[in-house]
Design a protein around this ligand. Structure first.
Ligand code: ZN
Ligand code: FE
Length: 255
């Protein structure tokens, strides 16, 4: 039986995600941006929280942990590299670890760059990944703690997942990411088509997530630093892809 996945807006532009295993009743919150929002989503679905899977230590991802943990006794799992920064962690995980959630195996992929300990949770049996603030639809997280080379390597790990993998991200940044992407690759037909779809969704305040790895490979400039047309536009033909990535990230920061 596949997992049930419930996506809901939190705070200003964050997303909360609940994953529920109907066979066992296990329910995990991916991060805990806000206790009230997560609690309301649980009530709406009639699910009881058993786990919180933390991607990284930023407040808009961990702010609700303590309240939710004290109310439900749920188990809090988070990155080993940030355990000191996340209050309430019960179990730490690192690259290559596998967690049992209900009947599903959750694989841990370290994706440092936005923060040094950031992890992505990947569930191959359900073809789904929870990427926190590493990969966004048509974008990527700001590099607060790591280096561009490190962030590029993290994104490449996600790019290597099967194309049909659904990706849930920590924020609804898709519209502004897409507008920026068009400045890098104005001739990309897949990107133009996707932007039209995204604009229509946002007019109705609908989420643009989840995305897929295949959609990101076709439209996300941060996964396309190797593409000759992009290198040419940036006057970086033949440069290492991570350097092209770094230039794109710089331009986005200035934008
Ligand atoms: Zn963050
Ligand atoms: Fe965030």
């Amino acid at each position: 039986m596949p997992l049930d996945i419930h996506l809901f807006p939190c705070l200003d532009d964050n997303y909360g995600v609940l994953i529920h295993d109907p066979a066992t009743g296990a329910t995990a919150s991916i991060d805990a941006p806000d206790a009230d929002d997560v609690r309301a989503a649980l009530a709406e679905k009639g699910w009881t929280l058993t786990h919180i899977l933390v991607t990284h230590h930023h407040h808009d991802h961990v702010g609700g942990i303590q309240e939710l943990k004290s109310e439900t006794g749920c188990k809090v799992i988070g990155p080993k590299g940030e355990a000191q920064k996340i209050t309430g962690i019960d179990e730490t995980v690192a690259e290559g670890d596998t967690l049992n959630f209900g009947k599903a195996d959750v694989h841990v992929i370290e994706t440092p760059g936005h923060t040094l300990g950031h992890v992505t949770y990947y569930i191959p049996s359900n073809a789904v990944a929870f990427a926190g603030d590493t990969l966004f639809a048509m974008g990527c997280g700001r590099i607060f703690e790591g280096t561009p080379e490190m962030m590029y390597a993290s994104l490449q790990k996600l790019a290597a997942l099967p194309g049909d993998t659904r990706v849930y991200c920590g924020h609804e940044y898709t519209l502004s990411n897409g507008r920026f992407a068009l400045t890098i690759e104005p001739e990309n037909a897949a990107l133009k088509k996707r932007m039209a779809e995204v604009e229509a969704l946002r007019v109705e305040h609908k989420p643009t997530l989840p995305t897929t790895i295949a959609a990101e490979l076709a439209t996300n400039p941060f996964l396309r630093a190797h593409v000759p047309a992009i290198q040419e536009r940036l006057k970086m033909t033949g440069a290492p892809a991570w350097q092209v990535f770094a230039e794109i990230r710089e331009r986005k920061n200035r934008g």
